[in-house]
Design a protein around this ligand. Structure first.
Ligand code: G3H
Ligand code: 13P
Ligand code: ZN
Length: 385
């Protein structure tokens, strides 16, 4: 099966009432992990690469990996999507490389940091839509700003400040009409990365972020056919947090008040991962404090209200790095990269497969005949953009 336009995957998801995970990749193991998960669960899938990923993989390598992924899995509809494009030129480059979908993130200026005025966002998004639709390529845009920052991209807003930049439903309706985008990323209080919340209970325990689900409901009511996208949707399940805290290497200084909590938690690590993990964590006195993700049930509520694309990167990063950390800690002498990259790939596969089942895309790979960019070109011409 050739690569399909992302629009088809989202249209079919809307017809079936399910969501589709969009998983970030940077290397061969991640591409293989996602395809293995799609094949195991019979899921259509969106694979996405950020500008940072393209730079890291030197573009041509990623392109060839994707060609291999498609050839190796002829039964799986796959869309290749540019994540957080920052300019018309970047989107054009991705299209020339063979991407079947691009995101023009006009919520931020080209520096990828400063919030961009609404009318500039409309203009730059419109320019990308014209260029992409002329080739049958899908376009995702963003309105409102997410919290967090990844690889230099993001306004760096705290989750509290991000609440001031939520997507306005009336403006969203106008934006979609003016630009003709296929999918809209909405800011509802999610943020990129592993630390999505500053909410705490009375014991100081971090709680999930406050999400403005009413915005999703309202946008869906206004535009039932608009495919909404939830960025920053890693869930940071307890298992991954425990794995990262047991073996990962992100420093925390001894005088940090969190240390008290930490000492309590490492006893839980011993129960979960054994005495090795306990000793390792104790010796290193290191952990990633306050990690918090988006609970899966909230994502499912989003899907029930028109969210069709769910972006997940951080969970994969943690599964991979946590697994490698565990192998290094537990099995000294392992220096063949296959000894740790193989299990890391498997952990990534399991994580992605779980998400595919939770989002509802599992079992839908064979539902439809793949369409082509040529057919989408005709579709956009007929509808006038
Ligand atoms: O939106 C951010 C994604 O997690 C991609 O991150 O730019 O570090 O590749 P990255
Ligand atoms: P996470 O950091 O929650 O995985 O979000 C990824 C994302 O939104 C990529 O665009
Ligand atoms: Zn994102």
């Amino acid at each position: 099966m050739p690569m399909v336009p992302m629009r088809q995957i989202l249209d079919e998801a809307a017809n079936g009432g399910y969501g589709v995970g969009a998983f970030n990749v940077n290397n061969m193991e991640q591409v293989q992990a996602i395809m293995a998960a799609a094949s195991q669960t019979k899921s259509p899938v969106i694979i996405q690469a950020s500008r940072g990923a393209l730079k890291y993989s030197k573009m041509i390598y990623l392109k060839k990996l994707m060609e291999a992924a498609v050839e190796d899995n002829p039964e799986i509809p796959v869309a290749l999507h540019l994540d957080h494009g920052n300019s018309v030129e970047t989107c054009q480059q991705a299209i020339e490389l063979g991407f079947t979908s691009v995101m023009m993130d006009g919520s931020l200026k080209e520096d990828g940091k400063t919030p961009r005025p609404y009318h500039d966002n409309v203009d730059v998004t419109k320019a990308v839509v014209e260029m992409a639709h002329a080739k049958g390529v899908t376009v995702e845009a963003e309105l409102g700003c997410l919290g967090g920052i990844e690889d230099g991209h993001g306004a760096g807003l705290s989750d509290k400040d991000a609440l001031k930049h939520l997507t306005d439903p009336a403006q969203a309706e106008e934006f979609v009409k003016l630009t003709g985008v296929d999918a809209l990323a909405v800011a509802i209080g999610t943020s990129h990365g592993a630390f999505k919340s500053s909410n705490r209970d009375s014991f100081g325990k971090v709680l999930p972020p406050t999400l403005a689900m009413d915005r999703i409901v309202s946008i869906h009511e206004r535009m039932p056919h608009c495919h909404m996208v939830m960025h920053g949707s890693s869930s940071l399940p307890a298992e991954l947090i425990a794995l990262a805290n047991a073996f990962h290497v992100v420093g925390i200084v001894d005088e940090d008040p969190e240390m008290v909590l930490f000492m309590g938690e490492i006893y839980n690590l011993r129960d979960k991962f054994g005495y090795h993990a306990f000793l390792y964590a104790l010796m290193n006195k290191k952990r990633m404090p306050n990690m918090q993700g988006i609970p899966l049930d909230q994502i499912v509520t989003g899907i029930q209200n028109g969210v069709r694309k769910i972006n997940v990167d951080t969970d994969s990063r943690l599964a991979i790095t946590g697994t490698i950390g565990k192998i290094f800690a537990q099995q000294t002498g392992k220096f063949d990269p296959r000894d740790y990259l193989g299990p890391a790939r498997e952990a990534n596969t399991n994580l992605v497969a779980e998400r595919m089942i939770a989002f509802g895309q599992a079992g839908h790979a064979g539902d439809y005949t793949p369409t082509t960019l040529e057919a989408m070109k005709d579709y956009y011409t007929e509808r006038g953009r």
